[in-house]
Design a protein around this ligand. Structure first.
Ligand code: ZN
Length: 390
């Protein structure tokens, strides 16, 4: 029988820090953890610190020479010269980089193990979702690909079908690459179009290798897409492929950088729509995957205004105590925000767009609409490969 939801947390994950000039400020993790506590959600879930991913686990996805390069850069950051993507502007080397990256990966692997073994039905690692890391290189602020490692561990434990749904504003390229030739893993990524955003991949035509045709699904959304378009696209693609694939476990990545305040991308999604997708992912886990759900964080660079609220909603949903959007945020948390960042924190758990509505795909589409064109392209590229009507 499944226990309570697990919240994976080790304070040391906040050591994943590329320095003061870098947009991925670990204060976002600390502030999320304290907002979870301020709302009492850490009493609803079991808070667990898993061990760091060991060498044999890291090798399920990553090449040995790359792991060695991360260790060398971690021990001597000055030696990183850009090879393996280490020591670059996006991924500067820092002391202890290997250890903290393996610790974050360990939380996602631990979440996957707990869900597979039935120790928890749902598990959340909001420090994870580092979906750009490649088998042999760091990329896009990501060193070890905890999402891919969690999936690889599930396969190692005997899973035959794992679905991965990635709603970060950026394409989930590293996870797609890790399982490009593996029909046991369905990867679905909903992101801003590669023509306007890093990593310039995630075209609808990317559907998996010949031996795994139709195992990669990409929805490339026009810049500027807002709540109604984002939810319409999500619901026009995700439930049908999940229903057909029948995953044993659902792994989701909840990068909060789709938000209209995010400084690094160009979608216009609200916190309320992000929460709606989190609720939908939870529903899909129960509908299509026996409830087994591993939920991860990801990108998100509005580190005060957006990330803590978004992922606190995620924890609440997984813990079975969803936070009402109108909830007033405790003053103590806002004081902590000011003390740490000199910024004023948000006052409520909503952007005021609740409830968010959208038009369903079944009700018909407009061939002249760019959002509908993007959805149609995704469906046409992959649905026939999965035996579905485009
Ligand atoms: Zn992102």
């Amino acid at each position: 029988m499944s226990g309570r939801a697990q919240l994976m947390w080790d304070e040391a994950v906040t050591g994943y820090d590329f320095g003061p000039e870098h947009p991925m400020d670990p204060v976002r993790l600390a502030l999320t953890r304290s907002l979870v506590g301020a709302l009492g959600l850490d009493r609803e879930a079991e808070v667990v610190a898993a061990r760091p991913a060991g060498e044999s686990t890291l090798r399920l996805v990553h090449r040995e020479d790359y792991i060695d390069a991360v260790k060398a850069a971690s021990a001597d950051p000055g030696s990183a010269d850009g090879s393996y993507g280490l020591g670059t502007i996006d991924d500067p080397a820092f002391a202890g980089m290997h250890e903290v990256s393996a610790l974050i990966a360990g939380q996602s692997v631990g979440a996957a193990e707990a869900v597979w073994r039935g120790e928890a039905l749902h598990a959340v690692n909001f420090a994870g979702g580092l979906h750009h890391a490649m088998p042999g290189a760091a990329s896009g602020f990501c060193v070890y690909n905890d999402a891919a490692l969690a999936i690889a561990r599930l396969l190692e434990l005997g899973a035959e079908r794992v679905a991965y749904v990635d709603v970060d504003v950026h394409h989930g390229d590293g996870v797609q690459a890790a399982f490009w030739e593996d029909p046991r893993v369905l990867t679905v990524s909903l992101h801003e179009h590669p023509a306007t955003l890093f990593p310039q991949t995630g075209w609808p035509e990317e559907t998996g290798a010949d031996c795994a045709e139709g195992s990669a699904v990409n929805v490339a959304l026009p810049a500027g897409t807002g709540d109604a378009g984002w939810l319409r696209a999500f619901h026009a693609v995700v439930p049908e492929v999940l229903a057909e694939f029948r995953p044993q476990v659902l792994v989701t990545q909840h990068g909060a950088d789709t938000h209209f305040e995010d400084p690094l991308a160009h979608l216009a999604v609200s916190l309320d729509a992000q929460r709606a997708v989190q609720v939908a992912c939870h529903d899909f886990a129960h509908e299509y995957a026996g409830g087994r759900w591993v939920a991860l964080g990801g990108g998100g660079y509005a580190v005060v205004e957006v990330v803590p609220r978004s992922w606190t909603h995620l924890v609440g949903i997984a813990a079975g105590r969803p936070v009402e959007p109108e909830t007033v945020i405790p003053e103590g948390w806002r004081q902590e925000v000011f003390a740490r960042t000199r910024q004023l924190g948000p006052q409520r758990m909503t952007d005021g767009r609740w409830p968010v509505s959208y038009a369903s795909w079944e009700a018909g589409y407009d061939p002249a609409d760019r959002l509908d064109q993007a959805v149609r392209a995704a469906r046409r590229a992959v649905f026939p490969l999965r035996g579905l009507l485009a």
